[in-house]
Design a protein. Structure first.
Length: 174
């Protein structure tokens, strides 16, 4: 009988811990200075740059910036411009100048918005880094870039969180 009560108490406590952790995990990003929202799956994601009327950029770090870093930028493009051309242009302007830059592959992406993912690697302070950029289209002339960077091994570990943030990224209704 004692074993049964102990098992019941242990099972109940475990259930409470699981339910509590599920509700404590996510936090929403929603700011009046930007026209989008997204969900952060882990409380370790901390805002490092808050958007303002003058600067609509948003940046987050996963604990330490080198472990995982997110920057979100809005880009205006020509109507019906091809994603691969946008990615190539963006990488030529910004990424190819990173030390040890190695271009990766492009992947299709479908979350709240559709787009492409571009993977790449580079070196920072002698350490292997990787990047994963999500190019999502909100209308024919607007693209949002969610650029995640971090130590190659760390970014690989939190990839499910990175994908989750990108999948929940959506533009607010007018």
């Amino acid at each position: 009988m004692k074993r049964y009560k102990f098992s019941l108490v242990l099972f109940g406590a475990l259930g409470l811990i699981i339910v509590n952790s599920i509700f404590a995990l996510g936090q929403s990003f929603n700011d009046s200075n930007v026209e989008y929202t997204f969900e952060l799956p882990d409380p370790l994601w901390k805002m490092t740059v808050k958007p303002s009327a003058a600067n609509p950029n948003v940046e987050y770090a996963y604990g330490d910036r080198i472990d995982g870093y997110l920057e979100i930028r809005k880009m205006t493009v020509k109507e019906n411009e091809i994603f691969s051309e946008i990615i190539q242009s963006d990488s030529e302007q910004k990424l190819q100048f990173l030390p040890g830059y190695v271009a990766g592959k492009q992947e299709e992406f479908a979350g709240s918005l559709k787009g492409k993912i571009y993977n790449y690697e580079f070196i920072k302070s002698g350490r292997p880094m990787s990047g994963r950029s999500y190019y999502v289209k909100s209308d024919p002339t607007t693209i949002y870039i969610l650029r995640f960077t971090g130590l190659r091994d760390k970014l690989r570990i939190i990839r499910n969180q990175v994908d989750s943030i990108a999948r929940t990224f959506k533009v607010k209704p007018n």
